[in-house]
Write a protein that binds this ligand. Structure first.
Ligand SMILES: Cc1cc2nc3c(=O)[nH]c(=O)nc-3n(C[C@H](O)[C@H](O)[C@H](O)COP(=O)(O)OP(=O)(O)OC[C@H]3O[C@@H](n4cnc5c(N)ncnc54)[C@H](O)[C@@H]3O)c2cc1C
Length: 422
């Protein structure tokens, strides 16, 4: 099988890169083993919320020079300020082309309300998520009877600290009884699959109408809208006050929806998705990858002009920590990581953990090396990269998306150059 580009990993980075390449007419395939970080994420996309020295960031693009001084190997520092600006803008346009409805802008972070009722700086949030400062005096936080992955009292406690009059309430929704009887099945995604059915929405609206009478806004767990925000819009239109959704513990409906919307766009552009398949072996010829082999395709080689590694961090097994060291298991790429094992972790659990900055070392074009030698047709993007801490710096989605577009641009330029010289 032959493609223009082959991408390993169908998380945020791989999908965005694939969409951009497919939009430009390249024949592109994504091999992806399993669920990605999106399935566990808040659904909000972070660009840069904090500098490595702990300084909070309001205007991400204005601090990139300082970031470069503090973290010269950060993917943004390698890419350069102009490229971060360019690809942050393009990311927003690409998400809009996928019909993903988000609030926010790369110009300035906003504060989203978290599942704990606290505030966290981020770049883009699903339109359903409430954003500070909240314009309401009275809020009712509504749980679902028996659903443990969202605790209205926790949310209410934090919101009340901001002088808001907060009440809690509970939906009974008998339609959920079958799920409710099996606690391991009573999860946000399964609840959403029931509540997304039009007949169930009517029952939900009936229960919410009673609660909506003496409040300015209703906050619900995000158990609606696995495919798109249509259910939320239907419900919102029929209630006298705004309805907001808060992310739950994983699986996250808002993150899953983002995944489905990106994947749909990629496939509409004739991108080929190979879910549930894993790259198990690769073949190299004269400093170029000549083929990859996957679990499902066995001895049938998958070949392309360009290969993009988007296999994620430790969470997705894109990186592995062994007694002998941290390694990238597919190509055996050169890694940047603390030299000594005892330096991987900080003894204070809540401090930034050094191992999170470990990953594949790349140059300014996001090209990795093996044994110090660059592989001419291989790129690495997303959380497999070294040099940043998505948790402390709040930059995970931004690194994934801007890096994906940076690499896609490089591939498109080299395809163009190849066509011209042909
Ligand atoms: C639990 C969690 C929650 C997060 N929440 C947020 C958030 O709310 N906002 C935010 O901005 N950032 C968040 N992040 C940061 C997140 O890492 C990035 O935002 C981004 O989603 C990472 O995307 P990725 O494509 O690089 O990697 P991933 O999403 O990890 O995707 C990698 C994919 O590669 C596949 N893969 C791995 N090995 C192989 C192989 N051999 N063959 C084929 N496929 C393979 C995996 O199965 C996976 O599907 C979160 C991270 C984690 C771990």
């Amino acid at each position: 099988m032959r493609f223009d580009s082959l991408i390993i990993g169908g998380g945020l980075a791989g999908l965005v890169c694939g969409i951009r390449l497919a939009e430009a007419g390249l024949r592109c395939a994504i091999v992806s083993r399993g669920q990605s970080a999106l399935h566990f994420s808040s659904g909000s996309l972070d660009l840069l919320a904090e500098l490595p020295d702990g300084t909070p960031v309001d205007f991400p693009l204005k601090v990139l020079d300082t970031l470069k001084q503090q973290a010269p190997e950060h993917p943004y520092s390698l890419m350069g300020t102009d490229n971060v600006r360019r690809y942050a803008t393009e990311s927003e346009a690409l998400l809009a082309r996928c019909n993903i409805m988000l609030t926010g802008s790369y110009q300035q972070n906003h504060l989203r309300i978290t599942p704990l009722g606290t505030q966290r700086a981020t770049w883009l949030s699903p339109v359903e998520i409430p954003v500070a400062p909240l314009p309401w005096q009275r809020i009712t936080v509504v749980g679902i009877a028996g659903f443990l992955d969202f605790q209205p009292e926790l949310v209410a406690g934090s919101l009340a600290e901001n002088n808001i009059n907060v009440k809690t309430a509970e939906l009974t929704l008998p339609a959920l009884d079958t799920l409710r009887n099996n606690p391991s099945e009573f999860r946000a995604a399964n609840i959403a699959r029931v509540l997304d059915k039009p007949e169930q929405q009517l029952l939900l609206i009936d229960e919410l109408k009673t609660l909506a009478q003496h409040t300015d806004a209703l906050f619900l767990p995000a158990c609606l809208g696995v495919d798109d925000s249509q259910s939320w819009q239907n419900i919102s239109h029929q209630l006298p006050c705004p309805v907001c959704l808060l992310p739950t513990l994983p699986p996250s409906v808002l993150g899953m929806r983002l995944y489905h919307q990106l994947r749909r766009r990629f496939q509409q552009l004739n991108g080929i998705m190979m879910p549930g398949d894993a790259v198990v072996r690769t073949e190299t010829h004269k400093q170029n990858i000549s083929a990859i082999f996957t679990r499902n395709h066995a001895e049938v080689p998958l070949r392309a002009n360009h290969y993009v590694l988007a296999s994620g961090s430790f969470f997705s097994n894109g990186l592995e920590a062994k007694f002998s060291g941290i390694r990238e298991p597919i190509f055996g790429l050169d890694i940047r990581a603390p030299a000594l094992r005892e330096e991987w972790c900080h003894e204070d659990f809540f401090s930034p953990q050094p191992y999170l900055q470990a990953g594949v070392a790349v140059d300014k074009y996001f090209q990795p090396t093996i044994g110090g030698q660059r592989i001419e047709n291989l790129y690495a993007i997303g959380s497999v990269l070294a040099g940043f801490d998505p948790l402390q710096q709040g930059c995970g989605a931004g690194v994934s998306m801007t890096g994906a577009l940076h690499v896609a641009q490089r591939i498109l330029e080299s395809q163009g150059a190849a066509h011209e010289s042909a």
